[in-house]
Design a protein around this ligand. Structure first.
Ligand code: HEC
Length: 103
């Protein structure tokens, strides 16, 4: 069931256009993050700027978000879960979490 939902989301996501490239945005795009996330508006996942705002000043956020980027999960924003992103290394996940939080 969980897998099917993830597959449907991925199928939807793959039809969406990838955002223009900046340095870390290019990494996010190349790791497929921008299929579900946009800087300013919600697509399948929350907007990256909304994520940054939600965790502003939260010192545990970088580590928690880095794990969630790798492992996926839900419950923070709504009923749709983020699938695991096994294409992302731990170093990349940390970099991406720091970048998202800096937006
Ligand atoms: C298939 C769609 C999809 C892809 C691909 C995806 N995400 Fe997500 N992401 C989501 C959804 C849906 C949520 C909301 C999950 C929740 O409610 O906890 C989310 C949540 C997040 C959050 C916030 C987590 C929280 O607990 O608040 C971060 C950070 C994030 N994604 C980063 C990334 C990064 C970086 C990538 C690329 C490696 C990525 N996402 C790829 C769908 C996706």
């Amino acid at each position: 069931m969980k897998r099917n939902v993830a597959r449907i989301i991925l199928a939807l996501a793959s039809t969406l256009v990838v955002a223009p490239a900046f340095a870390d945005l290019a990494l996010a795009s190349s790791r497929n993050c921008m299929s579900c996330h946009n800087l300013d508006r919600k697509i399948v996942g929350p907007s990256l700027k909304d994520i940054a705002a939600k965790y502003k000043g939260d010192k545990t956020a970088p580590a928690r978000l880095a794990s969630k980027i790798m492992e996926g999960g839900g419950g923070a924003w709504g009923v749709v879960k983020m699938p695991a992103n096994p294409q992302v290394s731990e170093a990349e996940a940390k970099k991406l979490a720091a970048w998202v939080l800096s937006l």
